[in-house]
Design a protein around this ligand. Structure first.
Ligand code: NAX
Length: 325
């Protein structure tokens, strides 16, 4: 049997984790021959709920689940971890503004960035899901000066899979026939779901769908999907978000298919004119275990306006939390 690998997960008593933890414990991230240790971080008021979740995890008798550590200390949760899912934060409820979220959640990611800097593996792969995820990742990067910024990503995979699904449904195909969807910018309603490079069974998506559908249906449906789910379900997306977190980390570990890419928010290197350092979602491929921004895509005026709007929004968010950088 291989030695167990620790995986840190924050917000472990929350609704996303009520799906994610069970999939991790079943071996969906690291494979069905790799034992794991779950290192679960929560705040004290949620510890009781977390103990109940741990009872259920134990009751599944997962063959690969070697140990579960629960703690409210980030330095314990992140000790030597290779993988960290930063999910814990206050979720957006109906009517809550992003700026309120930003204020409330920023401090959490400063503390957790410092803890990762102190105790995590130097190759740790960190996925920030807690909202506002791009700016929370920016805060974590800036509070972890001894870790390369490339250790940190924020999640736009849910937006990506939503976009894939919308295009697949429109074209009457299944999702694996879709390639090269891109989500640009912020994980917010400003994001730009872009199908200009997408293919459906190898055929250019632009030759199969018309511009009014793209502008009036595809883009807003993806942008506002989270809001719509809160309205209809009464709670924010959970199982689909857990799935996206898992797919994001799996892709980071296993790589992208040769003819495809995924969307991840990473520290900008100035590509496509996006200010260096901003955590911005790009189409990325995984090369030697690292996300690399896909280069050379044609950006028309319509797309450029979206890219600029997202940059401005993220720069404004950065100003709000500058004291934490
Ligand atoms: P829940 O409120 O169900 O769970 C959040 C959990 O985090 C709670 O148990 C809470 O006690 C815990 N928590 C709060 N502060 C913490 C801290 N300092 N350390 C450790 N744990 C802490 O929310 P859930 O629905 O699970 O959503 C979690 C986060 O994901 C939210 O910020 C939400 O907005 C965000 N989302 C991000 C998405 C993305 O695509 N980037 C999509 C889904 C989701 O909305």
């Amino acid at each position: 049997m291989k030695p167990p690998i620790p995986i840190a997960v924050t917000g472990a008593a929350g609704q996303i984790n009520y799906s994610l933890l069970f999939r991790l414990a079943a071996g969906e991230l690291l494979g069905h021959d790799q034992p794991i240790i779950l290192r679960l971080l929560e705040i004290p008021p949620a510890m009781q709920t977390l103990r109940g979740v741990v009872m259920e995890l134990n009751d599944c008798a997962y063959p690969l689940l070697h140990q579960i550590v629960i703690t409210d200390d980030p330095c314990v949760a992140f000790e030597n971890v290779e993988y960290a899912f930063l999910i814990g934060a206050k979720p957006r409820s109906q009517g809550m503004l992003r700026s309120d979220l930003l204020e409330q959640n920023a401090e959490i990611f400063a503390v957790q960035g410092r803890a990762l800097n102190q105790v995590a593996s130097r190759q740790v792969k960190v996925l920030v899901t807690g909202n506002p995820s791009n700016t929370n990742a920016l805060i974590a990067i800036n509070n972890a000066p001894d870790l390369p910024a490339s250790c940190f990503t924020a999640m736009t995979m849910l937006d990506h899979t939503r976009a894939v699904s919308q295009l697949a449904q429109r074209c009457g195909v299944v999702s694996r026939q879709i390639r090269r969807i891109s989500i640009w910018g912020n994980h917010s309603c400003a994001q730009y779901p872009d199908l200009r490079n997408a293919t459906v069974n190898g055929i250019a998506a632009l030759s199969l769908v018309d511009q009014p559908w793209i502008v009036d249906e595809f883009i807003p449906t993806v942008q506002y999907r989270g809001t719509e789910i809160i309205k209809i379900r009464g709670q924010s997306s959970a199982a689909s978000a857990a799935n996206a977190a898992l797919v994001h980390m799996q892709t980071w570990i296993q790589g992208t298919a040769d003819d495809d890419w995924v969307s991840m928010a990473v520290a900008s290197d100035g590509s496509y004119g996006i200010a260096e350092g901003l955590v911005y979602s790009f189409p990325v491929r995984i090369r030697q275990g690292q996300p690399e921004i896909v280069q050379g895509l044609d950006i028309d005026d319509f797309s450029a306006a979206f890219l600029r709007r997202n940059q401005t929004e993220l720069q404004d968010e950065r100003e709000t939390i500058r004291h934490l950088l």
